[in-house]
Ligand binder design. Structure first.
Ligand SMILES: Nc1ncnc2c1ncn2[C@@H]1O[C@H](COP(=O)(O)OP(=O)(O)OP(=O)(O)O)[C@@H](O)[C@H]1O
Length: 332
């Protein structure tokens, strides 16, 4: 069996909202293999970012990880046989994993960059923390700036974050993360804030770098176009749960879950040659008031009484293709 890099097991995260608990992530499990791109997709509020932030242990109050394990097999010298559970690491130990072994880029790079320090200083900081000598750190940053095609990289080192464009800032972030040679890069909607043409360049760049460095990517997106361009496998999230997981070609050719099918029909990138755009009737349930049974039942064209009885488990319906629906593959 292929070795895993990361295994998220039955992750649960909740947020306290006044007196109520919002179940942002309810029992999510998935694996990421070395070098692959796994995409988490779903409508806004379904728990994608919360899942990603849990891996980095960046959930802050009023949020709390209430259950599960996040087994990480990455080590300083490559894959380890015995994983470490990121949820059990001390604060000091997780700080060493963050950035060095698992990097993360966000929708808005300005949230991660400090406005008062130059880009060069910030990019070198991580490498210096890894014990790389100053001169070598500068050279590595410069080499990576060239790789991500930052124009005039030497003078960019002395620029402040607000002095460069949004697309260039995202290139800087990618360079900053990849120069530390992480085994996993988490990218949370990295191109959503950018113009379409700039978006395409960033996706192309990420694909190139992934091929070159063998970095696995967890891509968080609501855009199936990006999934098609980048992902090897996809996990579709709905109301804090994974409802379908499979290879990208299987999900595109034969989506199994009614939510995945409706989500794909509702996307302009998928339907542009097929005519009318459809919308998914109803709205995402309130995560503080989840009813028993399948969370999609109220919006599902196929739902019957049995769907409201219990949450359908994610089952392997075909090799490598998992679905959580009572009506698919002979029920629960
Ligand atoms: N700091 C917070 N306080 C309270 N609730 C939160 C907080 N952060 C997230 N949530 C709730 O957790 C749920 C999942 O949010 P999350 O941001 O993970 O979803 P998402 O799929 O990434 O959506 P988006 O694409 O809009 O970021 C939502 O119901 C959201 O309201």
């Amino acid at each position: 069996m292929e070795k895993k890099l990361l295994s998220v097991q039955n992750l649960r995260v909740e947020f306290q909202s006044g007196k109520r608990m919002v179940q942002a992530v309810s029992g999510v499990s998935f694996d990421i293999y070395p070098g692959e791109c796994f995409a988490l997709v779903g409508e806004s509020g379904c728990g994608k970012s919360t899942t990603a932030m849990s891996i980095m242990r960046l959930i802050r109050k009023p949020g709390r990880i209430t259950g599960g394990a996040i087994q990480f097999y990455g080590g300083p010298k490559g894959l380890e046989d015995k994983p470490q559970d990121l949820l059990k690491l001390s604060d000091k130990a997780i700080t060493k994993v963050r950035g060095k072994q698992i990097g993360m880029i966000f929708q808005n790079p300005l949230d991660s960059l400090n406005p008062v320090y130059t880009i060069g200083y910030q990019a070198e900081e991580g490498l210096l923390a890894d014990g790389v000598p100053k001169k070598e750190a500068r050279q590595r940053v410069l080499d990576m700036f060239r790789k991500v095609r930052i124009t005039d990289p030497e003078s960019r080192l002395n620029s402040y974050p607000h002095e460069i464009s949004g697309g260039m800032r995202q290139r800087v972030m990618i360079a900053m993360m990849l120069c530390r040679n992480p085994q996993l890069l988490i990218a949370d909607e990295p191109t959503t804030a950018l113009d379409v043409t700039i978006q395409a360049g960033i996706i192309e760049l990420m694909n190139e770098l992934r091929a070159q460095y063998g970095t696995a990517v967890l891509m968080i997106t609501h855009d199936f176009g990006i999934v098609a361009d980048m992902a090897d496998r996809v996990g579709v999230m709905y109301a804090g749960q994974l409802v379908e997981v499979g290879r990208v070609e299987d999900i595109f050719d034969a989506p199994m879950h009614p939510y995945t099918r409706l989500l794909m029909k509702a996307l302009p990138t998928i339907t542009k040659d097929m005519g009318r755009l459809e919308t998914i009737p109803g709205s995402v349930p309130n995560l503080a008031e989840l009813k028993p049974g399948c969370h999609f039942a109220d919006r599902c064209p196929n739902a019957t009484a049995e769907c409201r009885g219990q949450v359908p488990p994610l089952r392997e319906v075909e090799p490598g293709h998992f679905c959580a629906c009572m009506k698919v593959g002979g029920g629960a």
